[in-house]
Design a protein around this ligand. Sequence first.
Ligand code: C5P
Length: 232
Amino acid sequence: MKRDVIIAVDFKNKETALNFLDNFKNEKPFVKIGMELFYAEGPSIVKIIKERGHKIFLDLKLHDIPNTVKGGMRSLSHLGVDILNVHASGTIEMMKAALEGSVREDGTRPIVIAVTQLTSTSEERMKEELLINSSINDTIVHYAKNVKKAGLDGVVCSPLEAGMIKNAVGMDFITVTPGVRFDDGEKGDQVRVTTPKKAKEIGTDFIVVGRPITQAKDPVEAYYRCVKEFCE
Ligand code: C5P
Protein backbone atom coordinates (compact mmCIF):
# COMPACT_ATOMS: atom_id res chain seq x y z
CA MET A 1 0.00 0.00 0.00
CA LYS A 2 1.46 3.35 -1.05
CA ARG A 3 1.18 6.00 1.68
CA ASP A 4 -0.93 9.00 0.68
CA VAL A 5 -2.34 12.26 2.02
CA ILE A 6 -6.14 12.64 1.72
CA ILE A 7 -7.56 16.18 1.94
CA ALA A 8 -10.90 16.42 3.80
CA VAL A 9 -12.88 18.71 1.50
CA ASP A 10 -15.27 19.85 4.24
CA PHE A 11 -17.10 22.63 2.41
CA LYS A 12 -20.78 23.37 2.48
CA ASN A 13 -21.44 23.44 -1.25
CA LYS A 14 -20.11 22.68 -4.70
CA GLU A 15 -18.93 26.20 -5.43
CA THR A 16 -16.68 26.53 -2.37
CA ALA A 17 -15.36 22.98 -2.76
CA LEU A 18 -14.46 23.44 -6.43
CA ASN A 19 -12.94 26.88 -5.78
CA PHE A 20 -10.69 25.25 -3.21
CA LEU A 21 -9.68 22.44 -5.59
CA ASP A 22 -8.90 25.03 -8.30
CA ASN A 23 -5.82 25.94 -6.22
CA PHE A 24 -4.23 22.68 -7.33
CA LYS A 25 -2.89 23.08 -10.84
CA ASN A 26 -0.24 20.38 -11.24
CA GLU A 27 -1.37 17.76 -8.75
CA LYS A 28 -4.74 16.04 -8.20
CA PRO A 29 -4.76 15.19 -4.48
CA PHE A 30 -6.80 12.31 -3.03
CA VAL A 31 -9.88 13.93 -1.45
CA LYS A 32 -12.40 12.93 1.21
CA ILE A 33 -16.03 13.94 0.66
CA GLY A 34 -18.12 13.83 3.82
CA MET A 35 -21.77 14.05 4.76
CA GLU A 36 -22.06 17.85 4.58
CA LEU A 37 -21.00 18.21 0.95
CA PHE A 38 -22.58 14.94 -0.24
CA TYR A 39 -25.97 15.63 1.37
CA ALA A 40 -25.96 19.18 0.00
CA GLU A 41 -25.00 18.33 -3.56
CA GLY A 42 -25.77 14.62 -4.05
CA PRO A 43 -23.92 12.11 -6.23
CA SER A 44 -23.15 14.73 -8.91
CA ILE A 45 -20.44 16.28 -6.72
CA VAL A 46 -18.62 12.92 -6.64
CA LYS A 47 -18.82 12.65 -10.43
CA ILE A 48 -17.57 16.21 -10.96
CA ILE A 49 -14.57 15.83 -8.64
CA LYS A 50 -13.78 12.42 -10.11
CA GLU A 51 -13.89 13.80 -13.65
CA ARG A 52 -11.32 16.39 -12.56
CA GLY A 53 -8.98 13.47 -11.88
CA HIS A 54 -9.05 13.12 -8.08
CA LYS A 55 -9.26 9.85 -6.19
CA ILE A 56 -12.18 9.93 -3.72
CA PHE A 57 -12.81 8.61 -0.21
CA LEU A 58 -16.59 8.94 0.24
CA ASP A 59 -16.95 9.09 4.02
CA LEU A 60 -20.63 8.33 4.71
CA LYS A 61 -20.19 5.68 7.48
CA LEU A 62 -23.11 3.40 6.60
CA HIS A 63 -24.92 1.65 9.46
CA ASP A 64 -28.26 -0.14 8.90
CA ILE A 65 -29.63 -3.66 8.41
CA PRO A 66 -27.36 -5.78 6.16
CA ASN A 67 -29.67 -5.77 3.13
CA THR A 68 -30.05 -1.99 3.18
CA VAL A 69 -26.31 -1.44 3.59
CA LYS A 70 -25.63 -3.83 0.71
CA GLY A 71 -27.91 -1.79 -1.57
CA GLY A 72 -26.45 1.50 -0.35
CA MET A 73 -22.92 0.32 -0.99
CA ARG A 74 -23.91 -0.84 -4.48
CA SER A 75 -25.18 2.66 -5.33
CA LEU A 76 -22.10 4.39 -3.89
CA SER A 77 -19.60 1.98 -5.42
CA HIS A 78 -21.08 2.67 -8.87
CA LEU A 79 -20.05 6.32 -8.52
CA GLY A 80 -16.51 5.04 -9.08
CA VAL A 81 -15.13 6.05 -5.67
CA ASP A 82 -11.87 4.64 -4.31
CA ILE A 83 -12.68 4.23 -0.59
CA LEU A 84 -16.03 3.68 1.20
CA ASN A 85 -16.75 3.07 4.89
CA VAL A 86 -19.28 1.62 7.35
CA HIS A 87 -19.63 1.35 11.14
CA ALA A 88 -18.09 -1.83 12.57
CA SER A 89 -20.77 -1.80 15.28
CA GLY A 90 -23.26 -2.81 12.57
CA THR A 91 -21.95 -6.42 13.05
CA ILE A 92 -19.85 -8.79 10.94
CA GLU A 93 -22.95 -9.79 8.96
CA MET A 94 -23.59 -6.16 8.02
CA MET A 95 -19.95 -5.62 7.04
CA LYS A 96 -19.99 -8.76 4.84
CA ALA A 97 -23.12 -7.44 3.13
CA ALA A 98 -21.40 -4.07 2.64
CA LEU A 99 -18.45 -5.74 0.97
CA GLU A 100 -20.69 -7.81 -1.32
CA GLY A 101 -22.63 -4.71 -2.33
CA SER A 102 -19.42 -2.83 -3.15
CA VAL A 103 -18.36 -5.28 -5.91
CA ARG A 104 -19.09 -3.83 -9.35
CA GLU A 105 -20.19 -5.84 -12.42
CA ASP A 106 -16.61 -5.86 -13.73
CA GLY A 107 -15.38 -7.45 -10.47
CA THR A 108 -13.62 -4.31 -9.19
CA ARG A 109 -14.51 -2.67 -5.88
CA PRO A 110 -13.36 0.28 -3.78
CA ILE A 111 -11.30 -0.20 -0.63
CA VAL A 112 -13.87 -0.79 2.13
CA ILE A 113 -13.01 0.21 5.68
CA ALA A 114 -14.89 0.55 8.97
CA VAL A 115 -15.09 2.95 11.89
CA THR A 116 -14.42 1.13 15.19
CA GLN A 117 -15.29 3.65 17.90
CA LEU A 118 -15.55 7.28 16.83
CA THR A 119 -12.68 9.32 18.21
CA SER A 120 -15.30 11.63 19.74
CA THR A 121 -16.52 8.77 22.00
CA SER A 122 -14.75 8.74 25.36
CA GLU A 123 -14.23 5.56 27.37
CA GLU A 124 -16.51 7.01 30.05
CA ARG A 125 -19.43 7.61 27.65
CA MET A 126 -18.89 4.22 26.02
CA LYS A 127 -19.25 2.58 29.42
CA GLU A 128 -22.14 4.69 30.73
CA GLU A 129 -24.22 5.15 27.59
CA LEU A 130 -23.36 2.14 25.44
CA LEU A 131 -22.86 -0.29 28.36
CA ILE A 132 -19.55 -1.51 26.91
CA ASN A 133 -17.45 -2.42 29.91
CA SER A 134 -14.12 -3.18 28.25
CA SER A 135 -11.47 -0.50 27.89
CA ILE A 136 -11.69 1.67 24.78
CA ASN A 137 -8.45 0.17 23.40
CA ASP A 138 -9.68 -3.43 23.88
CA THR A 139 -12.97 -2.47 22.24
CA ILE A 140 -11.20 -0.89 19.26
CA VAL A 141 -8.93 -3.93 18.76
CA HIS A 142 -11.89 -6.33 19.11
CA TYR A 143 -13.92 -4.37 16.53
CA ALA A 144 -10.89 -4.22 14.21
CA LYS A 145 -10.63 -8.02 14.39
CA ASN A 146 -14.33 -8.22 13.44
CA VAL A 147 -13.63 -5.94 10.47
CA LYS A 148 -10.89 -8.33 9.35
CA LYS A 149 -13.17 -11.37 9.86
CA ALA A 150 -15.79 -9.74 7.64
CA GLY A 151 -13.13 -9.44 4.93
CA LEU A 152 -12.90 -5.64 4.86
CA ASP A 153 -9.61 -3.91 4.10
CA GLY A 154 -9.04 -1.82 7.22
CA VAL A 155 -10.28 0.84 9.62
CA VAL A 156 -10.50 4.56 10.24
CA CYS A 157 -8.75 5.28 13.54
CA SER A 158 -6.79 7.84 15.50
CA PRO A 159 -3.15 7.93 14.39
CA LEU A 160 -2.23 7.00 17.95
CA GLU A 161 -4.21 3.74 17.60
CA ALA A 162 -2.82 2.69 14.20
CA GLY A 163 0.24 0.86 15.57
CA MET A 164 -1.80 -1.07 18.13
CA ILE A 165 -4.31 -2.12 15.46
CA LYS A 166 -1.65 -3.23 12.97
CA ASN A 167 0.10 -5.25 15.66
CA ALA A 168 -3.16 -6.99 16.60
CA VAL A 169 -4.69 -7.51 13.15
CA GLY A 170 -1.82 -7.49 10.67
CA MET A 171 0.57 -5.07 9.02
CA ASP A 172 -1.34 -5.23 5.72
CA PHE A 173 -4.58 -4.13 7.42
CA ILE A 174 -5.13 -0.56 6.17
CA THR A 175 -5.35 2.31 8.65
CA VAL A 176 -6.76 5.69 7.63
CA THR A 177 -6.13 8.36 10.24
CA PRO A 178 -7.57 11.85 10.77
CA GLY A 179 -6.42 14.06 13.64
CA VAL A 180 -3.25 15.31 11.94
CA ARG A 181 -1.74 18.68 12.80
CA PHE A 182 1.56 20.43 12.05
CA ASP A 183 3.92 20.99 14.98
CA ASP A 184 3.38 24.74 14.78
CA GLY A 185 -0.35 24.63 13.85
CA GLU A 186 -3.75 25.09 15.52
CA LYS A 187 -5.34 21.96 17.00
CA GLY A 188 -8.94 23.18 16.59
CA ASP A 189 -11.39 20.74 18.17
CA GLN A 190 -9.15 17.70 17.68
CA VAL A 191 -7.70 16.36 20.92
CA ARG A 192 -5.51 13.34 20.19
CA VAL A 193 -3.44 14.66 17.31
CA THR A 194 -0.14 13.85 15.69
CA THR A 195 2.07 15.36 12.98
CA PRO A 196 2.36 13.92 9.45
CA LYS A 197 5.96 12.95 10.26
CA LYS A 198 4.94 11.05 13.41
CA ALA A 199 2.07 9.39 11.53
CA LYS A 200 4.63 8.04 9.07
CA GLU A 201 6.75 6.67 11.93
CA ILE A 202 3.67 4.98 13.44
CA GLY A 203 3.13 3.30 10.06
CA THR A 204 -0.35 4.43 9.09
CA ASP A 205 -1.30 4.12 5.40
CA PHE A 206 -3.35 7.27 4.76
CA ILE A 207 -3.64 10.51 6.70
CA VAL A 208 -6.81 12.60 6.37
CA VAL A 209 -6.02 16.29 6.71
CA GLY A 210 -8.73 18.95 6.71
CA ARG A 211 -8.30 22.41 8.20
CA PRO A 212 -4.46 22.46 8.30
CA ILE A 213 -4.73 22.48 4.48
CA THR A 214 -8.17 23.97 3.71
CA GLN A 215 -7.74 26.94 6.07
CA ALA A 216 -4.06 27.53 5.31
CA LYS A 217 -2.99 30.82 3.71
CA ASP A 218 -1.38 28.73 0.99
CA PRO A 219 -3.26 25.38 0.77
CA VAL A 220 -0.99 23.99 -1.93
CA GLU A 221 2.11 24.68 0.15
CA ALA A 222 0.43 23.07 3.21
CA TYR A 223 -0.50 20.02 1.13
CA TYR A 224 3.06 19.60 -0.11
CA ARG A 225 4.36 20.01 3.44
CA CYS A 226 2.16 17.04 4.44
CA VAL A 227 3.31 15.01 1.43
CA LYS A 228 6.96 15.76 2.21
CA GLU A 229 6.63 14.81 5.89
CA PHE A 230 4.38 11.76 5.38
CA CYS A 231 5.16 10.23 1.99
CA GLU A 232 8.84 10.84 1.33
O1 C5P B 1 -10.07 19.58 9.82
P1 C5P B 1 -9.57 18.26 10.32
O2 C5P B 1 -8.15 17.93 9.90
O3 C5P B 1 -9.80 18.07 11.81
O4 C5P B 1 -10.50 17.20 9.55
C1 C5P B 1 -10.49 15.84 9.84
C2 C5P B 1 -11.54 15.15 9.01
O5 C5P B 1 -11.61 13.78 9.40
C3 C5P B 1 -12.96 15.70 9.17
O6 C5P B 1 -13.62 15.50 7.91
C4 C5P B 1 -13.57 14.82 10.23
O7 C5P B 1 -14.96 14.72 10.11
C5 C5P B 1 -12.91 13.48 9.90
N1 C5P B 1 -12.86 12.53 11.00
C6 C5P B 1 -12.24 12.80 12.23
N2 C5P B 1 -12.24 11.86 13.22
C7 C5P B 1 -12.81 10.67 13.01
C8 C5P B 1 -13.41 10.36 11.79
C9 C5P B 1 -13.43 11.34 10.80
O8 C5P B 1 -11.71 13.88 12.41
N3 C5P B 1 -12.77 9.76 13.96
